[in-house]
Design a binder for this molecule. Structure first.
Ligand SMILES: Cc1ncc(COP(=O)(O)O)c(C=O)c1O
Length: 447
């Protein structure tokens, strides 16, 4: 496949025997020193390459092959790969002071906290910065316990909040939890979207309800309309806090800066990560209403992190927020998402025996298959056709489509064509009987 016309980074990748040696060495390092299971998965997916460069919506491997990024890492490249404004801000900070000494106030950290408060719904006002989504959720859980003096957290079946012990305790899939039990006590789970079940589960020891406004890793599950408002009302009536995990849904992904805004809901604590750092520097955060911060005020080191809120990450996040606002990227996600969803619906209509559902909001889309192997095969084949997708951690039947919000209608068409071709291939494997032999066979689609 052609290298980039400008002969950029991909062209500077090693060639020939040197390239083959680099790929083999890297896969061997995975097998011997990093993650043999992942190496096996790469092998199964036919991934005989390594990632090399990225820009905007595109990624290149070491062969110079081009991919449209429809997974985004997942969900971290909302403003595209290597946005120039984020790179410039990070370079500027890198030249001066990348990390904080912490004995003096940090300008980028304070500015980011203020900007987040301005953009967050309602009176969410105080921010704490960490380095990942799980860490943001750990902090939110601790703050809920501290502020209420109660230990209980009610989370959602199928939900995903990360894999550190506290966040894992809130996560709703046993597969990831059972091997590490006992987890943190006092976590219970109720069905997502069922307000009565939630109301019934709240007791005298409940501190908070924790949910994703749209469940990402559960397979892009959208709750019934009005559910978030009902949850807010229940929490208010029962005197418990609402923690909204916007780590995947936030930063414009669903058509609003934060997904709770679709129902004008103000959570008590909101957690962020993934796209907050612009896909350049990792950063996580929880933002809380002021009255919850009372007990934190008494001891500023009650919760802390060495690298959390470092100047590099905060400059990246500040630049990312400006790009999201000035380029109006949340609003872009709605029409582009509708276009992509329309194309996915056509694919489903052509292959109903392979694709059982498509759904989504903004550019947070999911394609559900009748069997996990078909999801895996389609994702692998889409990769071979130059489209990156990714399955969802708590629902292997579903692959997610979460491209950068800067994607163009033309790239959506190209990506949809690649996915259609991959689904058609999966359909052929499912039913290899040729049509003239009288067997069931779906119409071929895409390239
Ligand atoms: C909703 C949600 N919360 C938390 C996390 C965990 O984030 P991290 O992997 O940065 O710890 C994820 C990651 O997929 C997520 O989707």
């Amino acid at each position: 496949m052609a290298l980039r016309p400008d002969g950029g980074r991909a062209a500077r990748a090693p060639q020939g025997a040197e390239r083959a040696e680099l790929i083999e060495r890297t896969l061997e390092q995975y097998r011997r020193h990093l993650n043999p299971g992942l190496a096996r998965l790469f092998q199964f997916g036919g991934v005989e390459t390594v990632e090399w460069a990225a820009e905007g919506c595109l990624v290149w491997d070491v062969h110079g092959r081009e991919y449209i990024d429809c997974a985004c890492g997942p969900a971290i490249f909302n403003i595209g790969h290597r946005h120039p404004r984020v790179l410039a801000a990070v370079r500027d900070q890198l030249e001066r002071m990348p990390m904080s000494v912490r004995t003096m106030p940090s300008v980028p950290q304070a500015a980011l906290a203020e900007r987040l408060a301005q953009l967050s719904p309602g009176d969410l006002q105080y921010a704490f910065f960490g380095n990942s989504g799980a860490e943001a959720n750990e902090g939110a859980i601790k703050l809920a316990r501290l502020a209420t003096g109660r230990p209980g957290i009610i989370a959602m079946q199928g939900g995903f909040h990360g894999k550190t012990l506290g966040a894992l305790s809130a996560t709703g899939r046993d597969h990831y939890k059972t091997p590490f039990e006992p987890l943190v006590p006092q976590f219970t789970h109720v069905p997502f979207g069922d307000a009565s079940a939630l109301d019934a589960a709240i007791g005298s020891t409940t501190a908070a309800v924790m949910l994703e406004p749209i469940q990402g890793e559960a397979g892009v599950i959208i709750p019934p309309p009005g559910y978030l408002r009902q949850v807010r009302e229940i929490c208010d009536r029962r005197g418990v806090l609402l923690i909204a995990d916007e780590i995947q849904t936030g930063m414009g992904r669903t058509g609003r800066m934060f997904c709770v805004e679709h129902e004008a809901v103000v959570p008590d604590i909101m957690t962020l990560a993934k796209a907050l750092g612009g896909g350049v520097i990792p950063i996580g955060a929880f933002v809380a209403r002021p009255h919850l911060w009372e007990k934190m005020r008494r001891d500023p080191y009650l919760h802390s992190s060495t690298f959390g809120g470092n100047p590099l990450a905060c400059r990246a996040a500040l630049a990312t927020l400006e790009v999201l606002v000035e380029e109006r990227l949340p609003a872009r996600a709605e029409p582009l998402g509708a276009q992509f969803l329309g194309r996915l619906r056509e694919i489903q209509a052509q292959h109903p025996s392979v694709v059982s559902a498509v759904r989504g909001r903004g550019l947070m889309l999911g394609v559900e298959f009748v069997h996990p192997d078909l999801a895996l095969m389609t994702s692998a084949e889409a990769g071979r056709r130059g489209v990156i997708t990714f399955y969802t951690l708590n629902n292997p039947n579903v692959i997610r489509i979460e491209p950068p919000l800067v994607i163009t209608p033309e790239l959506i068409d190209r990506a949809a064509q690649g996915i259609a071709g991959a689904v058609a291939d999966a359909a052929r494997l499912l039913d290899p009987v040729p049509p003239h032999a009288g067997g069931r066979r779906e119409a071929p689609a895409g390239p």
